[in-house]
Design a protein around this ligand. Structure first.
Ligand SMILES: NCCC[C@H](NC(=O)CCC(=O)O)C(=O)O
Ligand SMILES: NC(=O)OP(=O)(O)O
Length: 312
């Protein structure tokens, strides 16, 4: 594998899950693989889990991680072609990506969507510019439309916690005050569509994800009906896709409660707003596996880096 930018870069999700579980048992087994190799992590947006777990994954493989908060710390980067750069951007991605490629063996990038310009977001301007102008492999640490390290993590976590061969997994929208990206929900849906699970999505009307992502997955607008016999309830807010980036619904009746989830396991990528997305009683109970889920971020990232290093 050269780059890891989408869930579609996973050729066989079941074998990847098994390999990740093996790494989790002996995380330091491949300490030689990354010796004297550098991983550059570039953040255009905030992070706690991705920033730390991806560095931890690199360290477990003997790599040296170097990190930069691009927004604020670096020079403003220009992505437009042929732009007369007399505004706020000081250097072009052509130079920036070429320069960083000389310092790093792998580059990992986080760059969220604008949520105001659908065409621009769906073109994955930042991620694709790095892919085009960097000369080393690229890892997506959450882009405009996808968070494939999270999606892989979620697949591993469901495989670890499932009690039956084909569990029922529900992706539920929940309310939030801000306009949030679709990336986590998109990659989760794509991962579940590759797994042997009974997968449904529940969201209010006007909140369907992109039809390209939904595919043939059932969308049930009645949350209670969707949660019936669920084994895993994966919760995430996203802004409207049709009325792009808008927050048209903050109905608190969509918040996840202990009563609603029954015997299902609660999952969320984090960070999560308590008593907006989900009530304390869920997060503070054994129904919640969000901490175990976040732990798996390390092994998902480690597997991805290992596959790229082995291919180098
Ligand atoms: N990387 C995991 C989620 C990142 C982002 N969440 C957020 O921006 C939450 C911010 C807040 O709650 O203020 C998202 O939804 O894609
Ligand atoms: N889940 C996740 O990606 O968390 P961070 O935004 O903190 O990296």
């Amino acid at each position: 594998m050269k780059h890891y930018t989408s869930i579609h870069d996973i050729d066989n999700i079941n074998s990847w899950i098994e390999e990740a579980k093996a790494l989790k048992l002996t995380p330091l087994k491949h300490l030689e693989l990354g010796r004297n190799k550098t991983l550059g992590l570039l953040f255009f947006n905030s992070s706690l889990r991705t920033r730390l777990s991806t560095q931890k994954a690199a360290l477990n493989l003997g790599m040296n991680p170097i990190v930069m908060n691009v927004s604020g710390d670096a020079w403003g980067i220009e992505f437009g072609d042929g732009t007369v750069m007399n505004g706020n951007t000081a250097e072009h991605i052509k130079e920036a990506a070429a320069v960083v490629s000389q310092y790093c063996d792998i580059i990992a990038v986080r760059a969220f969507p604008t949520l105001t310009d659908k065409v621009k977001d769906e073109s994955e301007e930042v991620l694709n510019a790095f892919k085009k102008y960097a000369s080393v492999p690229l890892v997506n640490m959450e882009s405009a439309t996808g968070h494939p390290l999270q999606g892989l993590t979620d697949a591993i976590t469901i495989s670890e916690h499932k009690q039956k061969e084909r569990p029922k997994v529900v992706l539920s929208w929940a309310p939030h005050v801000k306009a949030l990206p679709h990336a986590v929900a998109n990659s989760f849906a794509q991962a579940m569509q590759k797994m042997d699970v009974d997968f449904v999505i529940t969201n209010p009307e006007g909140y369907n994800l992109s039809p390209e992502i939904v595919g043939s997955t059932p969308i049930i607008n009645n949350q209670e009906e969707a949660f019936k016999d669920a084994d895993f309830i994966y919760v995430k807010n996203w802004s409207s896709y049709d009325d792009y980036g808008k927050v048209n619904n903050t109905d608190p009746n969509w918040m996840i409660t202990k009563e609603k989830i029954g015997d299902a396991k609660f999952m969320h990528c984090l960070p999560v707003r308590r008593n907006v997305i989900v009530e304390d009683a869920v997060l503070d109970s054994d129904s919640s596996i969000v901490i175990q889920q976040a732990n798996n971020r390390t092994y998902a990232a480690q597997l991805v880096l290992k596959k790229i290093l082995e291919n180098a």
